[in-house]
Design a protein around this ligand. Structure first.
Ligand code: FES
Length: 188
């Protein structure tokens, strides 16, 4: 099938024809000195495009597969290493201390709520990031900036401007030491 039949000038069976369609003898000197096989050039361009699309698609598929596999291997949660944040005897009941978990994070607040119980949260208020302080006698956390209040047992906002719960730090007590074991980001 020739190019008149297809009406497609880039056919592989075409002879090399310059863009203006004039015979080779009528072409300018520079084009005669540097002739180009136009159908072959067009074919290479399309081949390169197809190769690019295939490689890009493969890279995207590989990236998505990695995310899925990573999510499965992490059990759907974060995979932070445990870190010791306090000795059990370090704080009296009602006492509190700040720590960073993981290293370099914003400050977290650990509160001893009973002889064997501790809670920990992100210390930054979910309104405008002021540090919250314990109000253990009310079983709450208080943000003095705009009088925000959070439930000490759950981190949920109770009063004032905050609308979102505080991120909770998961804890484990082993052999007299309190360990942070993960961060539970609040749902919206
Ligand atoms: S920053 Fe905490 S209530 Fe506004």
């Amino acid at each position: 099938m020739n190019h008149e039949e297809t009406g497609f000038p880039g056919s592989m069976n075409d002879e090399a024809v310059s863009p203006d369609g004039a015979p080779a003898a009528g072409q300018p000197r520079w084009r005669q000195d540097f002739p180009i096989d136009w159908p072959e050039d067009d074919y290479v361009s399309r081949r390169e495009l197809v190769k690019f699309i295939v490689l890009t698609s493969a890279a995207l598929a590989a990236g998505q597969s990695w995310v899925v596999v990573k999510s499965w291997s992490d059990g759907g949660g974060d995979s932070l290493a445990d870190a010791a944040v306090a000795a059990v005897d370090e704080l009296p009941v009602g006492g509190a201390k700040t720590f960073h978990y993981p290293e370099g994070s914003p400050p977290r607040l650990l509160v001893r709520t009973g002889p064997e119980t501790f809670v920990a949260y992100d210390q930054q208020c979910t309104h405008l990031l002021c540090p919250v302080v314990p109000a253990v006698e009310r079983s709450q956390l208080h943000c003095p900036c705009h009088n925000g209040w959070f439930d000490l047992e759950t981190g949920r906002p109770l009063a004032g401007p905050p609308r979102r719960p505080l991120a909770r730090i998961l804890l484990d007590i082993r052999e007299g030491t309190v360990y942070a074991t993960g961060v539970e980001e609040p749902g919206v």
